[in-house]
Design a protein around this ligand. Structure first.
Ligand code: ATP
Length: 239
C-alpha cells in the first residue's frame, strides 16, 4: 500500500546548523504514528520540514506517492497535508463557528459543502458543538486545542501533522483528544503524525512509535512494544 505520508531521508536545520539527519518516517492511510523523543530531539523541526514551513536541505516528502519537492506550504495544504503547530493558532477574536468556517474557506467552494464539513467536525467534537457562539478567548485550553484540530479537519486533509496537542491540558482532556484522533483515523482513513512529549498518551492510541534522538530516528516500533520497553523508555524518553 502506498503510504499516505512518506518522509524519506530528510535532512534539515536552521541557518546551516543541521538538526535532522536522514529521517525516514511513513504513515499509512488510517494510521496514527507517534513521534516521540526528548526536548530538542527535532520533532517540531520534522513537522515543519514536512509541511513546507522549513525548506529541507535534502531528502523528500511524498503525499500519496506524490513528491512534494518544489511544492509550497499552501499548495501542500491544498493537496491534503494539514499542520497544526504547537500553540494552537485559533483566532481568539472569532467565534468557534467562524474559526471552523475559516478552516474550510479555501477547501470547499460552496457554502453548503463548507457547512456540511463544519457540521461533521461538530459531530466529532460535541464540546465544540455546545460552544458554537463562544469567542476563541472564552474557550478552555482543551476546547482551543480541539478547535485548532477541528479547523484543520474542516478542509478534509489526508494527512494531519500535530505538534504537542496535549500541552498544558488536564489528563482526561488529553485522553479525550487522543481517542478522537484514533476514531477519526479509523473512520475516515486520515493519517496522523503526532509529535508528543506526553509519550504514554500518544502511544496509547498510536499504531507505531518513532523515537527521535538528536535529530535521528533511533527506533521505529509498534506502539505497544515501545510503551512496554523499559530500557528504551529510560534511554530516550525519560520515564
Ligand atoms: P520540543 O519538544 O522542546 O519542542 P523538539 O523535539 O520539537 O523539542 P525542535 O523544536 O525541533 O525539537 O528543536 C530541535 C533543535 O533545533 C534544538 O536544538 C533547537 O534548539 C533547534 N531549533 C529549533 N528551532 C530553531 C530555530 N528557529 N532556529 C535555530 N535553531 C532552532
Amino acid at each position: 500500500m502506498t503510504a499516505a505520508l512518506a518522509v524519506d531521508g530528510l535532512t534539515a536545520g536552521y541557518g546551516g546548523a543541521p538538526v535532522l539527519h536522514d529521517v525516514t518516517v511513513e504513515v499509512a492511510p488510517g494510521a496514527l504514528v507517534a513521534l516521540v523523543g526528548a526536548n530538542g530531539a527535532g520533532k517540531t523541526t520534522l513537522l515543519r520540514a514536512t509541511s513546507g514551513l522549513l525548506a529541507p536541505a535534502g531528502g523528500a516528502v511524498r503525499l500519496d506517492g506524490q513528491d512534494l519537492r518544489g511544492v509550497g506550504v499552501e499548495d501542500r495544504a491544498r493537496r491534503g497535508l494539514a499542520h497544526v503547530p504547537e500553540g494552537r493558532g485559533v483566532v481568539v477574536e472569532l467565534t468557534v463557528d467562524e474559526n471552523l468556517h475559516l478552516g474550510g474557506l479555501w477547501a470547499h467552494r460552496g457554502t453548503a459543502a463548507r457547512r456540511a464539513a463544519v457540521e461533521d467536525v461538530y459531530a466529532l467534537f460535541p464540546s465544540l458543538d455546545r460552544r458554537r457562539a463562544a469567542l476563541g478567548h472564552q474557550l478552555s485550553g482543551g476546547e482551543r486545542q480541539m478547535l485548532a484540530i477541528g479547523r484543520a479537519l474542516v478542509a478534509g486533509p489526508r494527512v494531519l501533522l500535530l505538534d504537542e496537542p496535549s500541552l498544558g491540558l488536564a489528563p482526561q482532556v488529553v485522553a479525550q483528544i487522543m481517542a478522537l484522533l484514533r476514531a477519526r483515523c479509523d473512520a475516515t482513513g486520515l493519517a496522523v503524525l503526532l509529535a508528543e512529549q506526553n509519550v504514554a498518551a500518544a502511544l496509547s492510541v498510536a499504531d507505531r512509535g518513532v523515537v527521535l534522538d538528536l535529530g535521528r530516528v533511533v527506533v521505529t516500533r509498534p506502539a505497544t512494544d515501545l510503551a512496554h520497553d523499559e530500557a528504551l523508555r529510560h534511554a530516550y524518553l525519560g520515564f
